[in-house]
Design a protein around this ligand. Structure first.
Ligand code: MSP
Length: 497
């Protein structure tokens, strides 16, 4: 299909817990990819949502004395509100309890069945409800799942997926596509897992043990194993089985490293079985850690994002998360770390450059605006860097992981510009020389404001509103018409906290 719309997915989050920084992070990458691309009107689509079925959600709801449906309605809304608080709205919000998702999942199942990849058998082994994962005896560590979660013994009739049939196809695929998973070490991990030998795996649960799920087509005594239908969300989000889904599919999947096997092995084999194109790539990010431990509800060690974002703005949190963890690596988050990055880069450099430039216009030039003055030699390099970052938008559009490079390039620009203002000593110059410097700095600060809009939208908006320009590339080379004398300058990023 021509004119495909680039499509990025986030995982869908279990509806048994409150949203936290791990969830925020993936959506932030997808959302920033879209915001950056939107500056050039480049087409983009990203989906996110909640994973509502399964034993974990059912047990949590029952434990709270509410129906799973009511419980999920509430959690789904909490996730939406949480993301909106950080200025993000996905193009599609998937709820796996929706009719459209149910139909897509059942259709997908029927295709696999018709293609001969499903059979009925019995499962005897361990299961971790917290991980919603089956484990063989050999997988256990001290009687627990490798994640530390409790396991229960299960013996039940179920349907199986013939994963073993895809051993050679998966090995060949990874051999021929060495850059399919980013970072490379995760691809090696997936390949090692495959090389150990793939076994068929259980893909349904008896309804008498778990009723909160999607019925297996033609057998209402069974519901689908939650991961199987959850993975289909990537298709149902764009309208599968309606052919129109091909306008978006294949997607780029953004995931956390802990759910690699489900995506890199199971999902690929399921798609091969259903004869659907494989995803474009998988980008597996690392974990946010607190005291070197993964932040998670089950560990009870979540960071207090509400307090952090109240003190350092949602922009501060966005900026910190996007700047400090290299894609694929773990990152530490603590209030003092957020504070130091936000103060150095935003409150000081970013806010400073705005205040200093505008202060100089008033002090040195009486607020008078002049036509485009010549570009002083000392600013040539900085202006080139700005143009380079503007050009880099196309790269981000092609590769969402480049969001990190974008933010770091932006950060370098901000600091370079602030340092150059000091170095220029514009205040010691003659009026003409000072005017050339200051007026150029003014335009540079406007351009930095525009380029920073996708990362720190609120702060950028304050800056650009003051200049009376739109946060769009259209305004990049337009003059600033605002009168600069005797006006109150806004605080772009507050310093005192
Ligand atoms: N429901 C499944 C995903 C199904 S996708 C078809 C699931 N949900 S989850 O809510 O447990 O986790 C979702 C994502 O959050 C995973 O990608 C996981 O890596 C990420 N994170 C959870 N804690 C995290 C951190 N502390 N840091 C970064 N991301 C982590 O798994």
């Amino acid at each position: 299909m021509k004119n495909k719309i680039p499509y990025v997915t986030t995982p869908i989050y279990y509806a048994n817990a409150e949203p936290h920084v791990g969830h925020l992070y993936t959506n932030l990458i997808a959302d920033t990819w879209k915001k950056i691309s939107a500056m050039k009107d480049l087409p983009c689509f990203y989906s996110s949502g909640v994973d509502e079925h399964g034993q974990k959600v059912e047990q949590t709801a029952i434990g709270k004395g509410v129906t799973p449906r009511d419980y999920c309605d509430n959690i789904s809304q909490k996730f939406l509100t949480f993301f909106e608080h950080y200025g993000m709205v996905s193009d599609k919000w998937v709820r796996t309890s929706s009719q459209e998702h149910k139909e897509a999942a059942q259709h997908f199942w029927s295709i696999l069945d018709n293609n001969g990849f499903i059979y009925k058998g019995t499962y005897e082994g361990w299961y971790s409800v917290r991980d919603e994962t089956y484990f063989a005896e050999a997988d256990l560590k001290n009687g627990k799942a490798p994640t530390g979660a409790d396991v229960i013994w299960m013996e039940e009739e179920c349907y199986y997926f013939r994963l073993s049939r895809f051993q050679d196809d998966l090995e060949d695929f990874y051999q021929n596509n060495p850059d399919f998973i980013l970072p490379r070490k995760r691809q090696n991990e997936a390949v090692n897992f495959i090389k150990k030998g793939l076994r068929d795996f259980a893909i349904s649960r008896p309804k008498k043990k778990l009723s909160w799920g999607i019925d297996v087509p033609g057998d209402p005594d069974h519901v689908m194993y939650v991961w199987i239908e959850a993975l289909v969300n990537y298709l149902s989000a764009v309208g599968y089985p309606d052919k129109g889904y091909k306008k978006y599919w294949p997607a780029i999947h953004l995931i956390g490293k802990d759910i690699l096997k489900f995506h890199a092995v199971y999902w690929l084999a399921l798609l091969m079985g259903a004869k659907i194109d494989l995803p474009q790539r998988i980008i597996a990010h690392g974990w946010w850690l607190k005291d070197s431990q993964k932040i998670s509800k089950s560990e009870g060690n979540t960071v207090d994002l509400k307090t952090i974002s109240a003190k350092y703005q949602t922009d501060g949190v966005r900026y910190f998360l996007l700047k400090t963890a290299k894609i694929g690596e773990d990152g530490q988050i603590r209030e003092d770390l957020v504070k130091s990055v936000v103060f150095a880069d935003l409150a000081n450099s970013y806010g400073n450059l705005f205040l200093r430039v505008n202060g100089l216009i008033e002090a040195m030039l009486g607020g008078e605006m002049i036509d485009t003055p010549p570009l002083p030699d000392m600013l040539v390099n900085l202006v080139e860097d700005i143009e380079e970052l503007k050009g880099f938008i196309d790269e981000v559009h092609k590769k969402p992981e480049e969001v990190f490079t974008y933010v770091n390039k932006l950060s370098d620009l901000i600091k370079k510009c602030d340092a150059l203002i000091t170095k220029s000593e514009a205040w010691k110059k003659t009026r003409d020389k000072a005017a050339a410097l200051i007026y150029n700095f003014l335009h540079i600060s406007k351009k930095i404001g525009i380029l920073s809009y996708p990362i720190i939208p609120e702060a950028a908006k304050i800056l650009l509103d003051f200049y009376k320009v739109e946060p769009a590339l259209d305004s990049f080379d337009k003059p600033i018409m605002q009168i600069m004398a005797n006006v109150e300058r806004p605080v772009v990023f507050p310093k005192n906290r």
